[in-house]
Write a protein that binds this ligand. Structure first.
Ligand code: AMP
Ligand code: GLY
Length: 428
């Protein structure tokens, strides 16, 4: 079967790596891909928002399965765009349609969905420019800190936690009156602050049934001990030691089952990943956000723990036959350490040559996130450049492997966090 992965980050490299291991994968294409995917897949220089270009590629290369990596094409309706062409009516797509993608594309939609289906989440209210006055009045009545969220996609920057009334009032003004995040902040969700420890749970659904994939913990802030501004993610670990047994049972019963049933009840046909961002508040799970795709860098620790053929899993998801597939999970631990360009998440340089990529360390995998090839060199080409995954019997062993390889790779101004996983040690 010919397969297309859409995207260019570490998540998509990981998908390509895993799909290429399947005997059922004949030709693997990735649009646009990066220097790491070049070789295990055929990189095709088509942007993720060039729907016409993607459609032509699918027809020309006789592609029968498409996996959409990032959220933007899903929110923009790539699924219905492709399926509405009579030549592509049998195309298998992993990723929801526009209605399902609203779970990520609109925080207000997600909140209404959770409230309607009794899914535990922080109390909230939504305001627009027309109700700015009411929003400010509401801010006088809440307890602090309080969380302000742009309704739409804001490249991971749309959530602002305000410590007091003054900051919250200025921020709501910026978001609603001055369109701080453009169209994304035409509506703002004001949400109660939840205090606890976060983790991500991933579910694959074919619209009828679901499979729970390995959970992961993501490290979002740039600085050690979770300080400084948020990034796309600086590292991740799977499994998560505090999220086993009883807690995961609560997640399944209180969150996953009502989510899958809610999609069905609301007639939202959904084939793809549901990424549930959770807060563990004193042993009880609350949803912080839904995403309609896999996480990055969570994919870099989740897929290496899945033993089942990924092509089989993806076909079953698209075809509605997920209940026929046995999901086999490896009990070992996976860790990933993200190596970034100095300055990220603010300004950073691109085009620095990377050395040390040929080093071999057992039980490690190098996933490229932001790289490009220039003749015989691999250059940095993004904020997040590489994700170095290590595997081991324990978290310590996995992290030792990741960090051993990290220490052998270099470029000018490279930066990475040295404390991935440390907080989990203190929790057991
Ligand atoms: P999001 O873009 O929704 O993932 O939010 C970004 C980050 O903001 C999350 O990873 C949390 O760390 C934090 N956050 C979001 N909502 C809340 C909340 N209700 N309480 C506490 N922290 C939150
Ligand atoms: N690592 C968080 C995300 O992919 O949204």
């Amino acid at each position: 079967m010919n397969i297309l992965v859409i995207g260019s980050g570490g998540r998509e490299h990981t998908f390509a790596w895993k799909l290429s291991q399947s005997k059922k994968c004949k030709n693997l294409y990735i649009a646009p891909g990066n220097a790491g995917t070049d070789g295990i897949a055929k990189n095709i220089n088509i942007a993720i928002d060039d729907f016409d270009g993607i459609k032509q590629l699918i027809i020309e290369k006789n592609i029968s399965l498409v996996i959409v990596g990032p959220e933007a094409p899903l929110v923009e309706g790539i699924r219905s765009f492709l399926l509405s062409d009579s030549r592509l009516k049998n195309l298998k797509i992993v990723g929801p349609g526009t209605e399902g993608a609203k779970l990520e594309g609109s925080k207000d939609f997600a909140k209404n969905f959770m409230n309607k289906h009794g899914i535990p989440t922080a109390a909230s209210r939504t305001f627009s420019k027309d109700t700015l006055k009411e929003a400010k009045e509401y801010l006088r009545t809440v307890s602090y800190p309080i969380v302000l969220k742009a309704d739409g996609l804001a490249a991971g920057k749309g959530v602002i936690i305000c410590k007091g009334l003054k900051e919250a009032t200025t921020t709501i003004d910026k978001m609603l009156a001055h369109r701080m995040f453009g169209a994304a902040s035409e509506q703002v969700v004001i949400e109660e602050f939840l205090s606890g420890i976060e983790l991500s749970v991933f579910v694959l659904t074919d619209g009828n049934t679901y499979k729970i994939l390995p959970e992961a913990k993501d490290y979002k802030p740039i600085g050690e001990n979770n300080t400084g501004p948020n990034t796309g993610g600086m590292g991740s670990i799977s499994p998560v030691n505090f999220a086993q047994g009883e807690f995961l049972k609560k997640v399944e019963e209180r969150i996953i089952i009502p989510t899958i049933n809610g999609l069905e009840a609301d007639k939202i046909d959904y084939q793809g990943f549901v990424f549930i961002g959770l807060m563990n508040v004193k042993g009880d799970p609350y949803v912080i956000e839904y995403n309609v795709r896999m996480g990055d860098p969570e994919t870099e620790v989740v897929l290496p723990r899945i033993k089942t053929d990924l092509v089989d899993l993806m076909i079953a998801t698209a075809d509605g036959t997920l209940s026929d597939v046995d999901l086999e999970i490896d009990s070992k631990t996976a860790s990933t350490v993200v190596m970034v360009s100095g300055g990220y998440p603010d300004e950073y340089e691109k085009g620095n040559p990377i050395s040390g990529l040929d080093n071999l360390v057992q039980n490690t995998i190098i996933f490229h996130a932001g790289t490009k090839r220039d003749k015989n060199q691999i250059l940095t080409n993004g904020g997040r450049v590489l994700a170095i995954t290590g595997l081991g019997k324990t978290m310590e062993e996995a992290l030792d492997n990741s960090y051993e390889l990290v220490s052998k790779i270099h470029w000018d101004n490279v930066y990475f966090r040295k404390d991935i996983g440390h907080d989990l040690n203190t929790l057991v």
